[in-house]
Write a protein that binds this ligand. Structure first.
Ligand code: PRX
Length: 629
């Protein structure tokens, strides 16, 4: 069947299509119906069916390929490398699950995982899945305030963490940030399970903090059975940024997610059992959930967890991993490729990369220069894919597992089966035709694997993402897009206040709130500005309570550093603005709304657009003046 026919079938007959895909995973109890869309936009897939993510990722493969590699944990930071077979992975996950049960964690309880890229992080995620606990992984690069707001929202019974991560050979302590976050949060987790890597000193809190190695030894022979879950029970929460300062807990199910991952691994990523998959993301982001931990394992592949920089010990490190473990499919982000492009090509040419069949890139727009460079260097297809934390797997790509369709430069591709993608004009509400810019929307029901709701807040889920137009429920991606006459989409940036720094999704409101907490800050605007390496960087414009404190270059620089320090401390260096400018007035509409898009346009040297609603046009000169100061 042609891709076009398969896609059409997936949209017109979703039940039949997904019933077929559901055979890619094991079910302990069959579902009674494929889809329940009786309360739109809420969608239930595989209703009544019982399954388990850990069973499908681990136990299922123990019987047929138990001795084959499952998890390959490499750290160039600590110089460690360990291969876990499926049998060994099952044993480790069982031990971690037994520890969790002994600490009082049960089905439906939340476990927050704040960890570096080490094997124990994957054990913890899979252990939660095994016993039906709901994990919430928080990116290790986030600091105390970001962590505190997530602890408060998820209310975990247990936090799993470590003494430290490491970056560029420097230990980055996690435990003090975790202690500060728990102190800030109204909710206090009962227990904190700590992996001691001997990278940084740790103060243990009596009665709360417990040592992973000690408990692992106590549960060394544990065999924890799988807890079978109804397909629509929650598997995890992953917080993501949006328009407001409060991150949203994206909640996912069990059965739909397992099926979507199995399906995408087969048809988009084309991975086969026994092969090795290497995604260079982090478990703190959705790519880490779907395509480091669950996806490759569900497909029976070995997956690589890599802690370290792409350039250390030298820029050949990733390619040496590809050679050594015969990686067939690799997943990265355009920024990482741009970093490598600055290095001499010998680092890549030194290694035998013949095992590699394709490189997948996602998370931010893929520019033609980057795509052309890596394609010439690797001589394999470079496959862009566009999706979001909310969808869990690619919305747009070239699904070569169905048909070998051509890619098109600058385009992530065409809708993947199950995603009924449409473009709508923001002002008229009309559907766009070819080559007309609009907001990328998806008509419900969303396919399996997408978010079920905002954790604990169904109303916020509906009001944030959904619009009803002519009786149809439409999900907004908050991205601008355009479709050419052949159906290829091009993504043109966010419609909201989300920015994308090196493929990391950040909310400008969160950064503004953090900067506002500085005693001398009266008002602030943060915008995302184009950057050659990182795609975008955050830039802040601040009105001071006491403007005299910024008189003189030295004073300005000191204050800029101080404000960056506040963001580092509260949110993490990942959210730090690249520049902080001090101005006397911010451009606003007469009703007081910040004109962020105009500020952004000026920063990028573009026309600020229609200024008819601006309160004081002179305020734009303030931005221009600050940039040249
Ligand atoms: O703006 C789009 C951009 O990243 C956003 C989603 O980020 P996140 O939730 O972190 O999920 C990343 C999953 C890969 C999108 O709304 N984005 C993601 N992929 C692409 C992209 N922009 C352009 N091209 C892409 N391939």
């Amino acid at each position: 069947m042609s891709f076009a026919a398969i896609y059409k079938n997936s949209i017109e007959q979703p039940q039949a299509f997904w019933d077929g895909e559901a055979k890619l995973i094991d079910w302990q109890q069959p579902y009674s119906h494929v889809l329940d869309y009786s309360k739109p936009p809420f969608t239930q897939w595989f209703v009544g069916g019982k399954t388990n993510l850990c069973h499908n990722a681990v136990d299922r493969w123990v019987a047929t390929q138990g001795e084959k590699a499952a998890l390959i944990a490499i750290s160039t930071e600590t110089g460690s490398e360990k291969v876990y077979s499926f049998t060994e992975l099952q044993a480790e996950v069982s031990r971690t699950a037994a520890i969790m049960l002994a600490l009082g964690v049960g089905k439906g309880d939340r476990v927050l995982i704040y960890m570096p890229m080490i094997a124990e992080a994957a054990f913890a995620m899979l252990a939660c899945a095994r016993i039906g606990a709901i994990h919430s992984v928080v990116f290790g690069g986030f600091a105390a305030h970001s962590l505190a707001s997530r602890i408060e929202d998820a209310q975990p019974k247990l936090v799993v963490s470590a003494d430290a991560g490491s970056r560029g050979g420097k230990a980055i302590p996690y435990k003090p940030l975790l202690d500060e976050a728990i102190a800030l949060s109204a909710h206090k987790p009962g227990k904190v399970l700590l992996v001691n890597r001997n990278l940084a000193p740790m103060n243990l809190v009596d009665g709360r903090d417990v040592d992973y190695a000690t408990l692992r030894a106590q549960h060394i022979d544990a065999q924890v059975p799988i807890t079978w879950l109804e397909s629509n029970e929650p598997s995890y929460i992953l917080y993501t940024s949006g328009t407001t300062g409060k991150p949203k807990g994206v909640q996912r199910d069990v059965g739909g997610y397992a099926v979507a991952l199995a399906s995408s691994m087969q048809h988009i990523f084309c991975g086969n059992p026994g092969e090795t998959y290497f995604a260079t993301s982090d478990i703190g982001w959705v790519v880490g959930h779907s395509y480091i931990v669950y996806g490759p394992l569900i497909a029976g592949m070995a997956t690589i967890m890599y802690e370290g920089l792409p350039t250390s010990p030298d820029a050949g490190i990733w390619w040496s991993i590809v050679e050594k473990y015969k990686v067939t499919r690799m997943f990265s982000a355009p920024t990482a490729v741009r970093v490598l492009r600055k290095q001499p090509p010998e680092f890549m040419q030194k290694y035998d990369l013949t095992s590699l069949k394709a490189l997948y890139l996602a998370g931010e727009p893929l520019d033609e220069t980057t795509s052309g460079w890596i394609s010439d260097a690797l001589k394999v297809p470079i496959i862009d894919n566009y999706w979001q934390t909310e969808t869990g797997w690619p919305i747009l790509s070239i699904a070569k597992g169905y048909e070998d369709m051509p890619t098109r430069l600058g385009s992530p591709g065409i809708p993947t089966p199950g995603f009924n993608v449409k473009l709508f004009d923001e002002t008229t509400g009309e559907e766009c035709g070819s080559n007309e810019k609009g907001v990328v929307m998806i008509e419900g029901p969303l396919p399996p694997g997408c978010m079920q709701t905002v954790y604990g807040d169904d109303a916020r889920y509906v009001s944030t993402y959904w619009t009803v137009l002519n009786g149809k429920h439409l999900y907004s991606t908050f991205d601008w897009g355009i479709r050419d006459a052949d159906g290829y989409y091009f993504i043109l940036g966010r419609t909201d206040d989300v920015i994308n720094v090196a493929g990391h999704r950040l909310g400008t409101r969160e950064i503004e709130e953090s900067i506002s907490s500085h005693a001398n800050v009266s008002e602030v605007a943060v915008v995302g500005v184009e950057d050659k390496l990182k795609g975008q960087v955050a830039v802040a414009f601040v009105i001071l309570k006491n403007p005299d404190t910024a008189n003189g270059v030295q004073a300005r620089q000191a204050l800029e550093k101080e404000i960056m320090g506040v963001v580092d401390h509260q949110l993490g260096a990942v959210a730090r603005p690249s520049r902080v400018y001090f101005i006397a007035q911010l451009p606003k509409t007469r009703s007081g709304k910040l004109l962020r898009r105009s500020i952004q346009a000026i920063c990028e040297g573009r026309d600020p657009g229609d200024m008819s609603s601006i309160e004081d046009p002179a305020s734009l000169n303030q931005i221009k003046g600050a940039l040249v100061s």
